[in-house]
Design a binder for this molecule. Structure first.
Ligand code: NAD
Length: 475
């Protein structure tokens, strides 16, 4: 497999100016699969300069042309879906099914925003005083810095690149250090279809924080679109304040999953499995806290246990495995210590609770008797651990579900009318009712509270990269 391991600046692949590299590790067997270029201060500034120089030309490019480039990239990703998926399996560790699922989801953002590029709305209004006409124009915000996490290395990149490019913004993509190879592949696809030099740049700076700050401090950079943890997002919001850079934030979650007494248990268990096990639990939308009504608690646990018994664990290169590796041994150990702490706190291990000796694997795990407010209940687990809390009254479940600083995702299973009523009371940007997955390019994705600012995907997603300009005309 031909893996790209250089920086991409001003339309050219090039090594970092200091010639240094870092290892990219396959977490399934801890082998080194690539040595990726480290971007220095010089490289980061070159990327900003290239994006700034390309900005006027790209903004002036016909929307139809930008649209067709995105569409062409979508077609290549469709043709090369398995290549795309395999890179993710290798550097992220995810299962083959998860990798194909992500590749499919990721390419949809290029198709969706190819369609949105030619549909940017403007506005025409009359002033109440009758002395002017008001035109509201939407223009690209300008050079955009896009920072992505390791858990969805493809979809988080295309969900930002798609709308930015559609809107007419030039970009600097900074992927997570764990997963730069997927980002490099996506950037190469955009180069192959003819996106002009400077419009897309790729850097992997070390040290990350100071060099990201260096780029944000350049007056040409007008937008930060960040997906990652709430902790880093908070720091970046401070960093954006200095130059008043517009910031969109997709941050951490701590999704509750409520099973009401009227739930169809087959549906609830199937949905819970998806909500928990998709991407091995390493999803910001993953169900993290299961609140199950006492009347159905034991039966739900029995069926969930039976379903988890069927989950096979192993390398994603073996396409039959359901659950791949975590992104690193450190991540595996973090999950193991969360489970250990839960047990000390009174939780019962019904299934799993075991880390692999080799590679970054952790068994599909089911815990009951978890205490609301315990460490595992307030921490984003990011692994295949189902932690169940029992409740007696719906109001109590809603109170516990909302008892968090996060507000990205929530799930409710129950009789539909009652479940929708509960969904409306939950403090979350997205609520799934009797469903285990919500991701859809047509839906506005994002959180409330400390889970984020702004929305990605949908018709809202492109607005994050556009600024309104009011032009006043005489009546
Ligand atoms: P992270 O915050 O550690 O890193 C995210 C990105 O920020 C990476 O590219 C990283 O290199 C970079 N980064 C780290 N420190 C930085 C700094 N000081 N300045 C600038 N950039 C910095 O997150 P992660 O561990 O890669 O990803 C997991 C987190 O992402 C979880 O909290 C998860 O919930 C969240 N996430 C959110 C969404 C969403 O849409 N809301 C989607 C996926 C992941």
């Amino acid at each position: 497999m031909n893996l790209l391991t250089d920086l991409f600046i001003d339309g050219r692949w090039r090594p970092g100016s200091a010639g240094r590299r870092f290892d990219v590790i396959d977490p399934a067997d801890s082998s080194t699969i690539g040595r990726f270029a480290i971007a220095t201060e010089r490289d980061c500034l070159d990327a900003v300069d290239a994006a700034a120089a390309a900005q006027p030309g790209w903004a002036a490019t016909a929307a139809r042309e930008r649209s067709e480039l995105l569409r062409a990239a979508y077609e290549i990703l469709t043709d090369e879906l398995e290549v795309f998926a395999e890179i993710m399996v290798r550097e992220n560790g995810k299962s083959w099914a998860d990798a194909i699922g992500e590749a499919t989801y990721a390419k949809e953002f290029f198709r969706w925003f190819a369609e949105e590029a030619v549909r940017v709305p403007g506005d025409y209004r009359l002033s109440p005083s009758g002395d002017k006409r008001i035109i509201v124009d939407r223009q690209p915000i300008g050079v955009s810095l896009l920072i992505t996490p390791w858990n969805f290395p493809a979809a988080m990149a295309t969900r930002k690149l798609g709308p930015a490019l559609a809107a007419g913004c030039t970009t600097i993509l900074k992927p997570a250090r764990e997963t730069p190879l997927t980002a490099a592949y996506v950037v190469e696809v955009l180069r192959r279809v003819g996106v002009p030099p400077g419009v897309v740049n790729l850097v992997t700076p070390v040290p990350t924080g100071p060099l990201v700050k260096l780029m944000l401090d350049r007056p040409e950079v007008r937008k930060l679109s960040f997906t990652g943890s709430t902790e880093v997002g908070r720091d970046l919001l401070h960093a954006c304040a200095d130059t008043v850079v517009s910031a969109s934030m997709e941050l951490g979650g701590n999704a509750p999953l409520i099973v009401l007494p009227g739930a169809d248990l087959d549906e609830a268990v199937a949905g819970a499995l998806l909500a928990k096990m998709r991407n091995g639990g390493s999803a910001c939308t993953a169900a993290n806290r299961f609140y199950v009504h006492s009347s159905i608690h034991d039966e739900f646990v029995r069926r969930m246990d039976a379903a988890l018994a069927e989950v096979s664990v192993g390398s994603g290169l073996d396409r039959s495995n359901d659950l791949g590796a975590l992104v690193s041994v450190a991540e595996r150990d973090k999950i193991a210590s969360l489970v250990d702490a839960a047990v000390v706190d009174g939780a019962t291990v019904v299934r799993g609770g075991r880390a692999s000796a080799e590679g970054a694997f952790y068994d599909a795990t089911l815990l009951t008797d978890v205490r609301h407010g315990s460490t595992i209940n307030v921490t984003e687990i990011f692994g295949p651990v189902t932690a169940v809390v029992r409740f007696d009254h719906v109001d109590e479940a809603v109170r516990m579900a909302n008892d968090t600083v996060y507000g990205l995702m929530a799930y409710v299973f129950g009789e539909e009318r009652e479940a929708i009523g509960v969904a409306r009371r939950l403090e979350a940007g997205m609520v799934a009712v009797n469903r285990g997955v919500v991701s859809d390019p047509a839906a506005p994705f994002g959180g409330v509270k400390q889970s984020g600012l702004g929305r990605e995907g949908s018709s809202e997603g492109i607005l994050e990269f556009l600024e309104e300009k009011y032009i006043a005309l005489t009546a």
